[in-house]
Design a protein around this ligand. Structure first.
Ligand code: S6P
Ligand code: ZN
Length: 191
């Protein structure tokens, strides 16, 4: 893999390949499998079975070359595959920005949702191509694929925001998003 050590990026154009879910010039790509989401799905027995039964890819994050450095605005495309684990829809791990700063998501393909939690309140934004989801400072966020096709979105966030995954493990996300015959529904978090 090439070395993507932080370095200043000249002004320029970034091409969004909506079909491939990549940005060019291309930075690092991160792949998250079920085994990377330990302790996050409610049904841990189902999660263990699914990990042993192929450990499917749940999502992928492809970044541009803009570094996660103060005052920069990195971009990435997340693609969440369709699927469920114990009836819970495939989702990202979810995180809080330790340095509370806003972020925007732009839906590119498929259907999904943006689950937000500030420790007390929980909000849900339906996402599709052309929709901007706004994440205010201080709101933990998790993305969910609610459809039968890959759900894909572009994220733009402050380079100094950081990513705290422990916050979600400690505080939860307020709701879980389950598959139903009609689509999906939010159910109360059970810790
Ligand atoms: C970064 C932004 C996204 C997520 C990505 C994966 O601030 O919110 O690029 O990193 O959707 O989610 P997670 O929760 O595994 O980082
Ligand atoms: Zn974020």
């Amino acid at each position: 893999m090439a070395d993507f050590a932080p370095q200043p990026v000249d002004p320029g154009r970034v091409d969004v390949d909506v079909g491939a879910g990549t940005l060019r010039p291309e930075g690092p790509t991160l792949v998250r499998r079920l085994s990377d989401l330990e302790g996050l799905f409610r049904d841990q027995d189902a999660w263990r079975r699914d990990v042993e039964d192929g450990d499917r890819v749940v999502y992928q994050v492809s970044s541009s070359r803009v570094p996660e450095e103060p005052r920069e605005l990195p971009q990435s495309i997340t693609t969440i595959l369709p699927g469920t684990c114990g009836g819970e829809l495939y989702m990202t791990k979810g995180h809080q920005h330790p340095d509370p700063q806003g972020e925007i998501y732009l839906g590119l393909a498929g259907t999904g949702g943006l689950l937000l939690h500030d420790g007390k309140r929980t909000e849900w934004v339906d996402m599709a191509a052309g929709v901007v989801g706004y994440i205010p400072p201080g709101w933990a966020h998790r993305s969910v694929n609610t459809g039968n096709e890959p759900y894909r979105f572009l994220a733009v966030y402050p380079g100094s925001a950081g990513h705290d995954y422990g916050w979600v493990v400690e505080h939860g996300m307020g709701s879980r998003v389950m598959r139903t015959d009609a689509g999906h529904r939010l159910v109360a978090w059970d810790g």
